[in-house]
Design a protein around this ligand. Structure first.
Ligand code: GTP
Ligand code: MN
Ligand code: MN
Ligand code: MN
Ligand code: MN
Ligand code: MN
Length: 193
Protein backbone atom coordinates (compact mmCIF):
# COMPACT_ATOMS: atom_id res chain seq x y z
CA UNK A 1 0.00 0.00 0.00
CA UNK A 2 1.11 3.54 -0.73
CA UNK A 3 3.16 5.28 1.99
CA UNK A 4 3.58 2.11 4.05
CA UNK A 5 5.95 2.19 7.05
CA UNK A 6 6.64 -0.26 9.89
CA UNK A 7 4.76 -0.14 13.19
CA UNK A 8 8.05 0.69 15.02
CA UNK A 9 8.88 3.53 12.62
CA UNK A 10 5.34 4.88 13.02
CA UNK A 11 5.58 4.90 16.82
CA UNK A 12 9.03 6.51 16.82
CA UNK A 13 7.89 9.58 14.87
CA UNK A 14 7.05 12.78 16.68
CA UNK A 15 4.34 15.24 15.72
CA UNK A 16 2.06 12.64 14.11
CA UNK A 17 -1.48 11.70 15.00
CA UNK A 18 -2.41 8.02 14.90
CA UNK A 19 -5.64 6.37 13.78
CA UNK A 20 -6.37 2.64 14.13
CA UNK A 21 -9.08 0.84 12.18
CA UNK A 22 -9.99 -2.82 11.83
CA UNK A 23 -11.59 -5.23 9.41
CA UNK A 24 -13.74 -7.72 11.32
CA UNK A 25 -14.63 -10.67 9.10
CA UNK A 26 -15.60 -14.29 9.07
CA UNK A 27 -17.10 -17.14 7.12
CA UNK A 28 -20.78 -17.29 6.27
CA UNK A 29 -22.83 -20.26 5.13
CA UNK A 30 -25.89 -18.29 3.89
CA UNK A 31 -26.92 -17.95 0.26
CA UNK A 32 -28.39 -14.83 -1.32
CA UNK A 33 -31.77 -15.63 -2.96
CA UNK A 34 -31.11 -19.19 -1.80
CA UNK A 35 -28.46 -19.69 -4.48
CA UNK A 36 -25.57 -17.18 -4.49
CA UNK A 37 -23.06 -18.07 -1.75
CA UNK A 38 -22.30 -15.12 0.56
CA UNK A 39 -19.10 -16.98 1.57
CA UNK A 40 -17.76 -14.31 3.93
CA UNK A 41 -18.99 -11.49 6.14
CA UNK A 42 -16.78 -8.37 6.02
CA UNK A 43 -17.86 -5.43 8.19
CA UNK A 44 -17.48 -1.76 7.31
CA UNK A 45 -19.49 1.24 8.44
CA UNK A 46 -21.33 4.22 6.98
CA UNK A 47 -19.72 7.20 8.68
CA UNK A 48 -21.35 10.47 9.76
CA UNK A 49 -19.81 12.19 6.71
CA UNK A 50 -21.45 9.80 4.24
CA UNK A 51 -18.22 7.95 3.48
CA UNK A 52 -17.58 4.26 3.99
CA UNK A 53 -14.77 3.25 6.34
CA UNK A 54 -13.76 0.70 8.94
CA UNK A 55 -14.62 0.93 12.64
CA UNK A 56 -11.89 2.51 14.75
CA UNK A 57 -10.54 5.98 15.35
CA UNK A 58 -7.89 8.27 16.72
CA UNK A 59 -5.53 6.85 19.32
CA UNK A 60 -3.01 8.70 21.47
CA UNK A 61 0.01 6.37 21.84
CA UNK A 62 1.42 8.45 24.72
CA UNK A 63 -1.69 7.57 26.76
CA UNK A 64 -2.62 4.08 25.56
CA UNK A 65 -1.28 1.36 23.29
CA UNK A 66 -2.51 1.42 19.69
CA UNK A 67 -4.41 -1.79 20.35
CA UNK A 68 -6.03 -0.61 23.60
CA UNK A 69 -7.07 2.61 21.84
CA UNK A 70 -8.58 0.63 18.97
CA UNK A 71 -10.47 -1.57 21.43
CA UNK A 72 -11.82 1.60 23.14
CA UNK A 73 -12.96 2.98 19.77
CA UNK A 74 -14.65 -0.34 18.99
CA UNK A 75 -16.63 -0.14 22.23
CA UNK A 76 -17.84 3.35 21.23
CA UNK A 77 -18.57 2.50 17.60
CA UNK A 78 -19.74 -1.12 17.61
CA UNK A 79 -20.73 -1.56 21.26
CA UNK A 80 -18.38 -4.49 21.93
CA UNK A 81 -14.84 -4.12 23.36
CA UNK A 82 -13.27 -6.64 21.02
CA UNK A 83 -9.75 -7.48 22.22
CA UNK A 84 -7.13 -6.52 19.64
CA UNK A 85 -3.46 -7.53 19.83
CA UNK A 86 -0.25 -6.72 17.96
CA UNK A 87 -0.75 -10.01 16.07
CA UNK A 88 -3.83 -8.43 14.42
CA UNK A 89 -1.79 -5.49 13.02
CA UNK A 90 -1.25 -5.65 9.25
CA UNK A 91 -0.05 -2.22 8.10
CA UNK A 92 0.83 1.34 9.05
CA UNK A 93 0.65 4.10 6.44
CA UNK A 94 1.38 7.80 6.13
CA UNK A 95 -2.09 9.07 5.21
CA UNK A 96 -2.02 10.87 1.88
CA UNK A 97 -5.41 12.54 2.49
CA UNK A 98 -4.39 14.04 5.81
CA UNK A 99 -0.97 15.53 6.73
CA UNK A 100 0.81 14.20 9.84
CA UNK A 101 -1.62 11.32 10.27
CA UNK A 102 -0.57 7.68 10.39
CA UNK A 103 -3.26 5.09 9.76
CA UNK A 104 -2.79 1.67 11.33
CA UNK A 105 -4.82 -1.22 10.02
CA UNK A 106 -5.82 -4.43 11.77
CA UNK A 107 -7.69 -7.57 10.77
CA UNK A 108 -9.50 -9.98 13.08
CA UNK A 109 -11.49 -13.07 12.25
CA UNK A 110 -14.69 -13.80 14.19
CA UNK A 111 -17.32 -16.52 13.97
CA UNK A 112 -20.57 -15.86 12.14
CA UNK A 113 -22.40 -15.79 15.50
CA UNK A 114 -19.91 -13.26 16.92
CA UNK A 115 -20.28 -11.04 13.85
CA UNK A 116 -24.08 -11.13 14.17
CA UNK A 117 -23.73 -10.18 17.86
CA UNK A 118 -21.46 -7.27 16.86
CA UNK A 119 -24.05 -6.09 14.34
CA UNK A 120 -26.76 -6.22 17.01
CA UNK A 121 -24.63 -4.38 19.58
CA UNK A 122 -23.71 -1.70 17.01
CA UNK A 123 -27.36 -0.66 16.99
CA UNK A 124 -28.41 -1.57 20.54
CA UNK A 125 -25.54 -0.40 22.75
CA UNK A 126 -22.90 1.54 20.79
CA UNK A 127 -22.88 5.14 22.06
CA UNK A 128 -21.83 6.46 18.62
CA UNK A 129 -24.76 4.85 16.78
CA UNK A 130 -26.72 7.51 14.92
CA UNK A 131 -23.99 10.05 15.63
CA UNK A 132 -20.49 9.35 14.31
CA UNK A 133 -21.62 6.01 12.93
CA UNK A 134 -24.77 5.69 10.83
CA UNK A 135 -24.65 1.91 10.59
CA UNK A 136 -22.54 -1.17 10.05
CA UNK A 137 -22.59 -2.55 6.52
CA UNK A 138 -21.54 -5.87 5.07
CA UNK A 139 -19.37 -5.80 1.97
CA UNK A 140 -20.91 -7.85 -0.88
CA UNK A 141 -18.13 -10.10 -2.18
CA UNK A 142 -20.06 -11.68 -5.05
CA UNK A 143 -20.66 -10.63 -8.63
CA UNK A 144 -24.16 -10.13 -10.04
CA UNK A 145 -25.21 -8.94 -13.49
CA UNK A 146 -24.17 -5.47 -14.67
CA UNK A 147 -21.71 -4.74 -11.86
CA UNK A 148 -23.98 -5.72 -8.98
CA UNK A 149 -22.24 -6.80 -5.79
CA UNK A 150 -18.59 -5.93 -5.17
CA UNK A 151 -18.07 -3.67 -8.23
CA UNK A 152 -20.99 -1.39 -7.25
CA UNK A 153 -19.80 -1.39 -3.64
CA UNK A 154 -16.29 -0.29 -4.70
CA UNK A 155 -17.75 2.53 -6.80
CA UNK A 156 -18.96 4.31 -3.62
CA UNK A 157 -16.85 6.90 -1.79
CA UNK A 158 -14.44 5.82 0.96
CA UNK A 159 -12.61 7.71 3.71
CA UNK A 160 -8.83 8.10 3.38
CA UNK A 161 -7.22 4.88 2.13
CA UNK A 162 -9.88 2.54 3.50
CA UNK A 163 -10.73 1.31 -0.01
CA UNK A 164 -7.11 0.22 -0.53
CA UNK A 165 -7.14 -1.35 2.95
CA UNK A 166 -10.25 -3.34 2.00
CA UNK A 167 -8.76 -4.58 -1.27
CA UNK A 168 -5.44 -5.61 0.28
CA UNK A 169 -7.23 -7.33 3.18
CA UNK A 170 -9.48 -9.33 0.82
CA UNK A 171 -6.34 -10.50 -0.96
CA UNK A 172 -4.35 -11.17 2.23
CA UNK A 173 -7.14 -13.22 3.82
CA UNK A 174 -7.78 -15.09 0.58
CA UNK A 175 -11.46 -14.06 0.51
CA UNK A 176 -11.26 -13.42 -3.24
CA UNK A 177 -8.82 -14.54 -5.94
CA UNK A 178 -6.46 -12.07 -7.60
CA UNK A 179 -8.50 -12.38 -10.79
CA UNK A 180 -11.77 -11.60 -8.99
CA UNK A 181 -10.23 -8.57 -7.30
CA UNK A 182 -8.93 -7.21 -10.60
CA UNK A 183 -12.32 -7.77 -12.22
CA UNK A 184 -14.11 -5.93 -9.39
CA UNK A 185 -11.73 -2.96 -9.57
CA UNK A 186 -12.00 -2.81 -13.36
CA UNK A 187 -15.82 -2.90 -13.32
CA UNK A 188 -15.97 -0.29 -10.53
CA UNK A 189 -13.67 1.96 -12.55
CA UNK A 190 -16.04 1.78 -15.52
CA UNK A 191 -18.99 2.85 -13.35
CA UNK A 192 -17.25 5.89 -11.99
CA UNK A 193 -16.85 7.42 -15.43
P1 GTP B 1 -13.66 11.14 16.81
O1 GTP B 1 -14.17 10.25 17.87
O2 GTP B 1 -14.63 12.15 16.31
O3 GTP B 1 -12.33 11.71 17.14
O4 GTP B 1 -13.43 10.22 15.51
P2 GTP B 1 -12.61 8.88 15.51
O5 GTP B 1 -11.65 8.91 16.64
O6 GTP B 1 -13.55 7.75 15.43
O7 GTP B 1 -11.77 9.03 14.16
P3 GTP B 1 -12.06 8.45 12.71
O8 GTP B 1 -12.55 7.05 12.75
O9 GTP B 1 -12.84 9.43 11.94
O10 GTP B 1 -10.56 8.36 12.13
C1 GTP B 1 -9.67 9.46 12.21
C2 GTP B 1 -9.11 9.75 10.85
O11 GTP B 1 -8.59 8.56 10.29
C3 GTP B 1 -10.17 10.23 9.86
O12 GTP B 1 -10.29 11.62 9.85
C4 GTP B 1 -9.65 9.72 8.54
O13 GTP B 1 -8.69 10.60 7.99
C5 GTP B 1 -8.96 8.45 8.93
N1 GTP B 1 -9.84 7.27 8.77
C6 GTP B 1 -11.10 7.09 9.21
N2 GTP B 1 -11.54 5.85 8.90
C7 GTP B 1 -10.55 5.25 8.26
C8 GTP B 1 -10.39 3.95 7.68
O14 GTP B 1 -11.26 3.08 7.69
N3 GTP B 1 -9.22 3.71 7.11
C9 GTP B 1 -8.23 4.65 7.07
N4 GTP B 1 -7.09 4.33 6.48
N5 GTP B 1 -8.34 5.86 7.58
C10 GTP B 1 -9.47 6.15 8.17
MN1 MN C 1 -36.36 -9.72 -1.03
MN1 MN D 1 -12.32 9.03 18.82
MN1 MN E 1 -14.78 7.08 17.12
MN1 MN F 1 -14.11 6.24 13.96
MN1 MN G 1 -15.80 10.14 19.18
Amino acid sequence: MEGQITREDALSREGYRHACHIMLYGDCSAKLFGKIPIKHIVLMQMRFDGLLGFPGGLVNPSKETLEAGLSRELLEEVGVAIPVGVENHVSSCLATSCPRLITHFYIKKRTEAELREIERAAVATATDHGLEVLGMVRVPLYFLKNGGGLPFFLSHSFISNSRAQLLSALQRCGLLSQGELEKAVRQAEQMRR
